[in-house]
Structures are given as C-alpha cells and as structure tokens.
Ligand binder design. Structure first.
Ligand SMILES: [Zn+2]
Length: 452
C-alpha cells in the first residue's frame, strides 16, 4: 500500500518563507506578516507558513489575528498539539474562557497537558461552582488535617479575615483561580510556612494584594509600590526547585537563543552603547569582571574576549559544569549569599535577569558594593513592566508577568533606580528593550567614590 502524503506542506525552504523569517529576526514583523500572507494566498495549505504567520501575529500582540490562523492549522494538521495549545492561549488572551478550556482539554494525552501553565489556565477557565463541588470535600478534610500544625491556624484565619480587602485581586483571577491558590498554598502545598518579610526596598510592612498565581499571592508595598510574592522561600525558588539545573529548562533556554551568536553580539553592542552614552570606558584595559548568574557562560566568554579577566557564579551545577569545562571559564556554584570574593577587586559586575528571582534583591547590591572597586560599574537587566497598568493577559504572561512562577519581585524603572541609589551607586545609563510587549530595563550604576 502506498502511503499518501499529508494534504499540507511543512517545507520551510521556500525563499518567501526564508525572507519572512529574516524580516522577523530584524524586528520587521509587519513586513514578515505581509510576506507570509502573500505566500499563503498561493499556498493555502502550507502549515509551516501558517505557523510562522500566527507566531508573528502573537509577537505583535494580536491574538485576534493569530486565532483564525491557528484554527486553520488545527483543521489541516490536527495531530500537532502546539497549534492547539497556541489556539487555546489566544482564546484565553481574548477572554473567551469557555473556548480556551475546550481547547486546553483537547491537549489531553500530549506533553502540553503536563505543563504547569496549561493546568493553571484550565483551572482559571473552570466555572467556580463546578470546581467547588468537585473539590470541597477533599479541601475541607485537608484543612482539618493541617490545623494541628504549628502556625497553620493563625495563618489560615488571617487569610480568611482579609478576604474583603482582597476583593479586587480575587475578581481579577476569578473565584476559581483564588480557590486554586488557597488549595496549593495551604492544603496540597506548604508555601504558608515560608517567611513573610517587610518590603525589601523600603522596609514597609503594609501591603495590598494584587494577584494570585498557583500557590503565590502577589502583594504591593503601600509605601514604595514595589510588588513581590508575599511568602518567599529563602534565597528564592530557583535554588529550592532546582529549576535551572534541569535538562528541559536548559534546552528551553538554548531554544530561546541565549547562546546564539546574534543574541550575544546584540548584548555586547547594547553594553558598549550603554557605557559610551554614560561616558564610561568600555572595554576597560586590564579590567576585571564578575557575572552573577552566568547561565552557561557564553556572555561572560564574550566579555573575556574583550580583554577582561573574568569569573562568575551560578546556582545550577550543570550550568557551571558547562561554563568551566566547555568554555574554560572560572566560576562556581553558589548563590548571592555565598559570593565570597576579595573586597573591592572588580571593575565590572553583571547581573542579567537575576534581580527578579531573589527573595532579597538588596543583598545583591550589598554584595556587589563590597566586591566592586570605587568607581566600578554594576550592570543590571531585569523586566520592568508596570504590570498593574497592563491588561490581564500581560499580567498572566509567563515571561514578564505574575505568571512567571520563579519571579519573586516585579520592578518598575524607578524601583531599580532606588535600589542603586540606596546602596551607594549613581545610575549613569539606562536602556529599555521591547517597550510595547515585554518591557525590560538595562541599568548602569557607578559605585560612588565615597559611600555614605
Ligand atoms: Zn516598599
């Protein structure tokens, strides 16, 4: 029997598709969409082109345009769960929770159905009376069992008492999402045991609730406005969960391009222009640099190529093994707390996407201030979306939103500047990446000659 070929095309080698891909890489997303749309007119069953087009619509923050394209792909190639997953996400972003739920449920049997994000969204989409009826008996039994544990009763009662003041946040995630938080925080998990600290930036002790996600409650400091997960495990979740030491995480980040030549060059160019605009020398002759959270070390290697003597620290043993053995870098497994370098021995310290993972970001500034020479520079890059002002789908974004489970603080640019100032730095340069979709800030701080 001759097997018939599928009625759709996946071949990406067409010049039109290639040119759309490179237009997209250069950030010309509308041009790339137009190229793909023209190609699809002649090749309506080309699943590869449709997939690129839908992805580009999503990058442009247009789930309304991506949705019909994903629907078409699901018709043509129902065996691809990725398109079904993205379709469900588009429905979710557009607020059609009933259709989102139907499509998430169709992922049953695919690896996506194991994904924490999908499970959470399914919960959020479930009508709450249905969820209540399903889970109430088990939840009640779970609560009764936990009442014997020290501190549980007072913690749980405080939660119940504060329901009226959390109305707005509960309304945002829905009663179903809030039940899910209660269940994970108090019954199926033990997040209620983690410490609840004053605001890391200003020391304020009064907060308002802004969001619930999985077992986390996000609160905003009433004094300085900094947002943070209310209860945080000491030294953050990365270390507690071993997330960055998993092969699947490492592969995912490689897929995101963290070691692509172009990405690295872009980072170096950004750094050069940041220093240049601030009138600071870069690269510095015979300079020494330290990177906190160096991943697999590719960026630190680029810094070394510029003439710096480099060293770094990372929390995940597998990442450190790669950096030291494959790239020959000097580095060790540790955390911000265990950084132990000679005082005032570095000219440059880098921390990309580290700050938001820490339970106490102030500890990073204290450590850096100790090991940086006077006049030396600290570069921080971190998400800076003003989430409170953003629509719900952005707040649920699993990269910059509250739904990034590993992010414990949510900064805005003024908060990052305050951290620098408070710890004896002058902010001498800044940049803002992806302002329309995923605002990310770069900050260059110079350690003052006299630290008060
Ligand atoms: Zn505060």
């Amino acid at each position: 029997m001759i097997e018939s070929s599928p009625p759709y095309d996946l071949d990406n080698s067409y010049p039109e598709i290639q040119s759309a891909i490179s237009q997209g890489r250069r950030g010309n997303n509308s041009e790339a969409a137009a190229t793909l749309e023209a190609f699809i007119e002649d090749h309506p069953n080309h699943v590869g082109a449709l997939g690129h087009l839908a992805h580009i619509h999503e990058l442009r923050d247009r789930p309304d345009l991506a949705l019909p394209v994903y629907l078409r792909i699901c018709d043509l190639a129902p065996e691809y769960p990725l398109a079904r997953y993205r379709l469900a996400e588009c429905y979710f972003d557009l607020g059609d929770y009933r259709k989102a739920r139907l499509n998430y449920l169709k992922l049953d049997g695919s690896p996506f159905f194991e994904d924490e994000n999908v499970l959470q969204r399914l919960t959020l989409c479930e009508p709450w009376p249905k969820r209540m009826a399903r889970q109430a008996p088990r939840a009640l039994f779970g609560i009764i069992k936990k009442f014997g544990q020290s501190g549980f009763a007072s913690s749980f009662c405080k939660e119940v008492i504060s329901i009226p003041s959390q109305n707005e946040a509960i309304g945002k995630v829905g009663v179903s999402g809030w039940f899910s938080y209660l269940n994970r925080h108090y019954i199926s998990g033990d997040a209620w045991k983690d410490p609840k600290n004053p605001c890391d930036l200003c020391g304020g002790e009064k907060f308002e609730t802004v969001f619930f996600y999985q077992d986390q409650k996000v609160v905003r400091c009433l004094e300085c406005g900094l947002e943070t997960v209310e209860r945080k495990p000491p030294e953050g979740l990365d270390i507690q969960t071993g997330y960055y030491d998993r092969d699947s995480t490492i592969e995912e980040f490689i897929g995101l391009g963290w070691r692509d030549e172009k990405t690295l060059q872009l980072r170096i160019d950004l750094l050069k222009s940041l220093f240049q605009k601030a009138g600071e020398p870069f690269p510095q002759t015979h300079g020494s640099a330290f990177e906190i959270g160096f991943g697999q070390g590719h960026f630190l290697k680029e810094i070394e190529k510029l003439g710096y003597q480099v060293r770094g620290m990372e929390t995940a043993p597998k990442l450190v093994a790669f950096a030291t053995m494959e790239l020959g870098l000097s580095g060790y497994v540790g955390s911000v707390e265990t950084i132990d370098e000679t005082p005032e021995s570095y000219d440059l310290i880098l921390a990309y996407h580290v700050l938001e993972h820490l339970d106490h970001p102030s500890r990073l500034f204290e450590k850096v201030s100790g090991i940086l020479r006077k006049g030396g520079c600290l570069v921080i890059e971190t998400p800076v979306a003003e989430l409170a002002k953003m629509p719900f789908n952005k707040q649920m974004d699993d990269s910059i939103g509250y739904a990034n489970y590993h992010h414990l603080h949510f900064f805005t640019p003024p908060h990052v500047r305050q951290y620098f100032e408070k710890h004896g730095f002058e902010v001498v340069g800044e940049y803002l990446l992806y302002p329309d979709t995923h605002p990310t800030g770069g900050f260059l701080g110079r350690k003052k000659e006299t630290v008060i």
